[in-house]
Design a protein around this ligand. Structure first.
Ligand SMILES: [Fe+2]
Length: 312
């Protein structure tokens, strides 16, 4: 079991009547009502031809690749390649595993960053989601660490599964990667949308000292909801998911729902919070109903570059 004290508190939060976020507790009732409404919507959609089209859209993943310029990036990390995956939820739409495998087979990166929601249905076996993830990733060559954090769909037991697959699961702690005189610090938080504890904020601020020329910090958080804290703590880059890019969007990609309770400017794609750059993945997978409209899922290849760049 991963970190006994945390695991005990996490399981207590998972069965409590409240969801915990950075701004306090929320009743679980509102979320349950939203889930019921989605169930009804999904059942209605299933009776129409739109359902098949929505599922085909969900399987139509894209590969995105872009550079992120960070002024404080140590020269030795210029060109550092990150594969960012989020919200795989492969138990919800298992056919996605082979699609992901096709997109990633043979890919070579320095770091794999998995930003939560490996699992989908709370009642489904975690082993199935983890097994499908293993299938999806089997052709990826990762020179450095495989880092993972938990999302709001991931129970405490998901951490154990991911560790069994070779991931270093960051629960409110940091790891440092050294290259020459440079150091990249990656801090991963437990999900802050539903399972926030003060330990998450403390983990960010534990490294809140001026960034020297030889150090750069990256936050891995399931949702953008800690963006303000991370920017104040001096992080250069913040990688997140959670929103699925909206999953069901208006034409043009405007999300109908983001399920963010704060920092909503970080709902989709690239964004900024002070001097920090954020990127919110549209996610690999889907939550129920397993459809996408006007919003493609993705796997993202991010290359770190030293220096300033106009914000895209
Ligand atoms: Fe998700």
């Amino acid at each position: 079991m991963y970190e006994d004290e945390w695991a005990t508190e996490r399981r207590r939060l998972e069965t409590s009547g409240h969801l915990s976020g950075p701004d306090g507790l929320r009743s679980r009732g509102r979320k349950l009502l939203f889930t019921r409404l989605l169930d009804v919507f999904g059942a209605g959609l299933r009776a129409t031809p739109l359902y098949a089209r929505g599922q085909a859209n969900a399987l139509d993943l894209r590969r995105v690749a872009f550079d992120v310029h960070l002024p404080g990036l140590p020269p030795s990390f210029d060109g550092y390649r990150i594969l960012h995956l989020s919200d795989t939820h492969l138990d919800v739409l298992p056919e996605l595993a082979s699609v992901v495998h096709g997109l990633l087979d043979g890919a070579e990166v320095d770091l794999l960053a998995l930003t939560g929601d490996v699992h989908g249905h709370h009642a489904a076996p975690v082993a199935r989601s983890a097994g499908l993830l293993g299938e999806a990733l089997r052709g990826v060559k990762v020179a450095g660490p495989r880092l993972a954090i938990l999302g709001n769909h991931d129970s405490q037991g998901v951490a154990d599964r991911l560790m069994g697959m070779g991931f270093d699961v960051l629960v409110n702690r940091s790891v440092a990667i050294h290259r020459g005189a440079g150091r990249l610090v990656l801090t991963g938080l437990d999900d802050v949308n539903s399972f926030y504890t003060e330990a998450a904020r403390q983990a960010l601020h534990a490294h809140a000292r001026p960034v020297g020329a030889d150090e750069c910090r990256i936050a891995l958080v399931h949702s953008a909801e800690m963006a303000d804290h991370a920017a104040r703590a001096g992080y250069a880059l913040y990688l997140a998911g959670h929103t699925h890019g909206g999953q069901i969007c208006l034409p043009g990609g405007r999300p109908l729902v983001t399920t963010l309770n704060r920092c909503r400017h970080g709902a989709v794609g690239l964004w900024r919070e002070g001097a920090m750059i954020g990127y919110t993945s549209a996610g690999v997978g889907v939550s129920h109903p397993p459809v996408r409209f006007n919003c493609r899922g993705e796997v993202a290849f991010i290359t770190l570059r030293r220096g300033e760049a106009p914000f895209r």
